[in-house]
Design a protein around this ligand. Structure first.
Ligand code: ADP
Ligand code: MG
Length: 355
């Protein structure tokens, strides 16, 4: 396996309606054996970035190195990278083992060799019993595994996966995530995995690269990205339920108390550093407490309770707008229409200009 080093990568598309910068001065490294998710909303440039690494797009400028070797002039088939894309393209008239070993056929291996290697790969990803079936007989998840099997049979230098699970249902997705991690451990692969699903990125990544509008917003471990978001975009995109974000002002850049613009509510932040005057104040639903006796910094009426297992997401119509909070569902859960107080335990401040 190998590392991937991307430096100042830029990709523009020019058309009749002008020029789009799909990837805008992106630099990062995926270490050997690391699992990196590229995550961001639709259209932010994830696929274009991956296709540049694969050699399927020619960058406008910048450099891509695989294991220290510049690959600008190396055609895709000689980069020795494995791709799995969203659309699974198995050959319907070929059995599973033939599908898995197809890349070996192209490189002239004998039928016995191909069967044997397909069997080994299938064992690794636990579809050994499917070798003689046809794709049409398989479930979506099984087909996905065959596609992964086909991508790993040539022992590539690294894997590039573009939303490979977006067509699967939620339960299967969870199973596949666990399996994908197992496969990665088994083959020790360098993985670059594109998804628009922040939860998927949070569970799979060693590090996640959060993109918006062609640019890297943050690159770090799921823990860092969640707990120390670089800007309001990252804070809002990562974490569920979504962070509460309010436009606020810090008079003279003093962050200890900020004034929420809409209501004039003053919130203590405990942040003792100079900040810009115009900020966004954020607090995660999990970092709030709902008080049924109405006490707390903020007051409001519950407009909606969504139960998710042992937890409830509570939407509160408060003096500062709609807020989200997370509560434990007990014997006597909070109800819609109830008046409650809310305390905020941990706040973030973001520059309003930034992200
Ligand atoms: P993502 O995978 O994050 O959804 P893409 O990389 O597919 O985003 O697209 C990023 C931007 O580049 C979008 O604005 C998209 O419309 C544009 N784009 C992607 N591919 C092409 C192309 N071949 N020609 C013109 N524009 C493109
Ligand atoms: Mg895409």
């Amino acid at each position: 396996m190998t590392n991937i080093q991307v430096e100042n990568l830029r990709k523009e598309f020019s058309g009749e309606s002008g020029t789009i910068t799909a990837v805008d001065d992106v630099s990062f490294t995926v270490e050997d054996g690391e699992f990196v998710c590229i995550v961001g909303p639709s259209g932010c440039g994830k696929t274009t970035l991956l296709r540049c690494i694969a050699g399927l797009e020619t960058p406008t400028s910048g450099s891509i190195q695989l294991g220290g070797e510049e690959v600008a002039n190396v055609p895709p088939q000689h980069r020795n990278l494995a791709f799995v894309f969203q659309d699974i393209t198995l050959y319907p008239h070929m059995k599973v083992w033939q599908n898995i070993s197809y890349p070996l056929k192209l490189s002239g291996h004998s039928k016995d060799e191909r069967y044997e290697q397909a069997r080994e790969v299938a064992e690794t990803i636990q579809i050994g019993e499917l070798l003689d079936k046809y794709p049409g007989d398989l479930s979506g998840g099984q087909q996905q595994r065959v596609a992964i099997g086909r991508s790993i049979i040539r022992s590539p230098r690294a894997y590039l996966l573009d939303e490979p699970m977006s067509d699967l249902d939620a339960k299967l997705k969870k199973e596949m995530r666990v399996e994908l991690q197992q496969i990665q451990r088994e083959v020790g692969g360098t993985m670059t995995y594109v998804t628009h699903d922040q939860e998927e990125a949070m569970t799979l990544s060693d590090r996640m690269l959060v993109m918006d509008d062609g640019e890297i917003q943050q690159y770090g471990s799921p823990h860092t990205v969640y707990h120390e978001p670089n800007n309001a975009f990252v804070a809002q995109f990562i974490g569920s339920p979504e962070i509460n974000l309010l436009s606020a002002t810090c008079p003279n850049g003093d962050a200890r108390t900020v004034k929420v613009d809409e209501s004039g509510w003053r919130i203590g932040t405990g942040i003792d550093e100079e900040v810009p005057e115009e900020v966004m104040v954020g607090f995660r639903p999990r970092h709030t407490t709902v008080h049924r006796d109405g006490s707390g910094e903020l007051e409001g009426e519950i407009s909606l309770v969504e139960s998710v297992g042992d937890e409830g997401i509570v939407y509160v119509d408060s003096d500062v707008g709609e807020l989200r909070s997370v509560v434990e569902i007990e014997d006597n859960p909070v109800r819609e229409g109830e008046t409650v107080g809310i305390d905020v335990e941990r706040t973030y401040l973001f520059d309003r200009e930034d992200g």
